[in-house]
Design a protein around this ligand. Structure first.
Ligand code: SF4
Length: 198
């Protein structure tokens, strides 16, 4: 789904209009806390690569956030750009296949994201599976899901049909049908752009 490159200046607007809830959550947490743990960095980092964020932009994006003072008191506190370049830049380049075995790592599918077990303080995973009902309702309301659509989504979640719940969210926020269903965050993004750019 690498159909077009995205640029850093558009990223907030794209996150708000076309990221699935799992990536929106990570993105907002990173912007708010200026930090993400490893699982979150991998899940969001590979997704951003998949939507076409170039390596140089990815480095600038992560460096800018990690250089600000973390709001939560992580053992690391403020990372700073020097420490970022020493400890985290390698991992970003690694995700782009520029370090180590030079594998071009693939963005995670829904199945993989749904199957993880996040710990306290982690923000990766699938919100439909891993959020409390209260937090999920609040997050969906923020995306503009309301009324019957909200009830339908929550009903699917209760029956553990997380990808169907995500598909219904997609349909509610885009006011369009998604016949293929959602099986990958990058597919969610690609289909959203297709609808919003047409
Ligand atoms: Fe993300 Fe897939 Fe969960 Fe949707 S169903 S929030 S795209 S992991």
């Amino acid at each position: 789904t690498e159909f077009t490159d995205i640029s850093l200046k558009d990223i907030d607007q794209l996150a708000n209009s076309s990221f699935p809830l799992c990536m929106r959550h990570l993105f907002n947490k990173l912007r708010d806390d200026h930090h993400l743990k490893h699982g979150g960095r991998m899940q969001l980092g590979l997704f951003l690569k998949g939507v076409g964020l170039k390596l140089e932009d990815a480095l600038a994006f992560w460096r800018a956030e990690f250089s600000q003072k973390a709001k939560v008191d992580y053992a690391s506190g403020k990372i700073g750009s020097e420490r970022f370049d020493k400890e985290y830049a390698y991992a970003v380049r690694h995700n782009y296949g520029k370090e180590g075995k030079r594998t071009d790592y693939t963005p995670y599918s829904c199945q993989k994201i749904i199957s993880v077990n996040p710990s306290v303080g982690d923000h990766h995973g699938c919100p439909y599976r891993h959020f409390s009902e209260e937090n999920l309702r609040a997050a969906l309301a923020k995306m503009g899901v309301a009324g019957h659509a909200m009830d339908d989504v929550m009903d699917k979640v209760k029956n553990r049909h997380y990808q169907v719940a995500c598909t219904m969210t997609f349909e509610a926020v885009h006011a369009a049908s998604c016949d293929t269903g959602i099986n990958h965050p990058n597919q969610y993004f690609a289909q959203s752009r297709k609808l919003l750019e047409s």
